[in-house]
Design a protein around this ligand. Structure first.
Ligand code: SER
Length: 324
């Protein structure tokens, strides 16, 4: 085991990232070293401690910190872009209050290390769209993006003013087979696989040419753990690091899927999420992450599609058989 004194709490452990991050952290640090926490039951049954916790309940969080001797918190609870637009006031409340509670607990010395995810949604229509630099215009047009931009500012502030060790990544759209996504604009790139396997066709809610930065979940989990393990003196970005994996459009991923599922058909019916996608970059320059802590993505588009289908096909076909 890497460090036996480490005790981690993942808040938002039942979500798309949380489900996989808990598994990754447990593989790295041991099952008992990682406490999963959420207001919802886990998506998949996992060995190891699980607690019910509301990310806006400071006292509830404090009780868990004390009970388990938590040293490190990964705060993943949030409303994503599409869901947040349906209730902007609540999205702001959840996304900000939860972060400020954790940053305050860290300032008070009750947590030693904090991870909080940011997003490509901090960028907006005025941001350069190709190879978007680390330091550039951030004028987000979604409430999700506004909350991520403000959160980055708070992380930077707590680092500089109080010396809090809080680290963050601007995740691209994340694609994985172990957990279901919820409420994001980039979720089409997960749904496409499920529908392709089950029905051989999918109607995308983004148009064919909407190129966005994306990443396969194993890369995202590895990036998160590598960032958190990097020596503090290597970290030079205290807002959130740009992080790049693969950039592709709906028609490009559809073509890769069709190579492996003959006859697959993609239709397009763009909805309100098209406008959020249009406001985001096409590709990201993650040179700072590469330089500071050695970031290197491993999956390109064909490798990701291959791996997704290799895992999803038997799973979905088995559950389909159970239902007929
Ligand atoms: N995947 C997120 C979303 O679509 C972007 O960070 O909301």
């Amino acid at each position: 085991m890497a460090n036996s004194s480490k005790k981690i709490l993942v808040i938002g452990s039942s979500g798309q990232i949380g489900t996989e991050l808990v598994e990754g952290l447990r593989q790295r640090f041991g099952t008992e070293a990682v406490v999963a926490g959420d207001i919802k039951e886990p998506q998949v049954k996992q060995e190891g401690p699980f607690v019910m916790v509301n990310a806006m309940d400071r006292h509830g969080i404090e009780r868990i910190l004390d009970k388990y001797g938590i040293t490190e918190v990964y705060l993943l609870a949030a409303l994503l872009s599409a869901t947040a637009e349906k209730d902007p006031a609540f999205a702001w409340k959840l996304n900000m209050e939860s972060l400020l509670i954790i940053l305050e607990l860290a300032r008070e010395g009750r947590i030693q290390h904090v991870y909080w995810p940011s997003s490509i949604a901090v960028f907006g229509p005025s941001t350069p769209k190709d190879r978007t630099p680390q330091h550039t215009i951030t004028e987000p047009s979604t409430v999700y993006g506004i909350s991520k931009k403000a959160g980055e500012g708070w992380c930077n502030y707590y680092r500089h003013r109080y010396g809090v060790d809080v680290r963050s990544l601007r995740y691209p759209g994340l694609i994985g087979w172990k957990s279901a996504p919820g409420g994001g604009t980039t979720d089409y790139a997960v749904h496409i696989f499920h529908e392709a396997v089950k029905h051989g066709r999918y109607t995308s809610f983004l148009g064919p040419k909407s190129t966005l930065p994306m990443m396969y979940m194993p890369d995202a989990i590895r990036a998160t753990i590598e960032l958190m393990e990097a020596p503090a003196e290597r970290i030079t970005v205290h807002t959130a690091y740009n992080l790049a994996g693969i950039s592709f459009s709906p028609e490009e991923i559809a073509a890769e899927v069709a190579k492996r599922i003959p006859g697959f058909v993609m239709d397009y019916a763009p909805d309100e999420r098209q406008a959020y996608a249009d406001s985001w970059p096409r590709s990201i320059d993650d040179g700072d992450a590469r330089r500071d802590w050695g970031w290197q993505p491993r999956y390109d588009l064909p490798a990701m599609v291959e791996d997704m289908l290799r895992h999803l096909k038997p799973r979905l076909q088995a559950s389909h058989k159970e239902h007929v």
